[in-house]
Design a protein around this ligand. Sequence first.
Ligand code: HEC
Length: 162
Amino acid sequence: MTQRVLFVLLLISLAMWAQEGGSAERGAAIFDGKGACISCHRVGNKGTRIGVDLTDIGELREHDALEKALLDPATEVQLANRRYRVVTSDGTAHTGKLLNQDTSSIQILDEKEVLRSFARSEVRENGFIATPPMPSYRNKLAAQEIKDLVAYLSQLKGVTKQ
Ligand code: HEC
């Protein structure tokens, strides 16, 4: 009987211990699945080339900063991460990452990762578009899921980059 109680206690303490830290493995699954982080982000060769790159984020940010990014994300997107839109004279719109522009042309990497160059003379409209800022995950994910994501992000140190 006592043995049984001890065994149950052991199980409970093991479960509590497991909950304490985050699991990078579970975090990776949330990143690609439930959290849909991959729809806006890029890690190594996953996600689009125009997504905000988190491949080295574990090198760049401390644990607390990562947690803050998920709970209280930036309300404004840095210029380098903003999407660019070009409308040509026939009315076709292209969006992507602005690579370069000069007096005669504009180059973007579009959503399909195709490099496109437009002569200024064929451009009707161009400019940065307000990328929807990242939502807060405070009420979308459980505290444990946030920990798992932070554990996953902390170990992204560029190793998956190709
Ligand atoms: C709707 C698009 C979108 C989604 C979905 C999204 N993010 Fe973001 N995230 C952004 C943008 C845009 C930025 C960059 C903000 C800036 O440049 O100022 C960002 C920034 C970040 C940063 C900070 C990067 C830095 O340089 O400090 C982290 C960490 C991050 N996101 C993680 C995640 C995780 C984890 C998820 C999923 C739970 C997620 N994001 C979902 C758009 C998104």
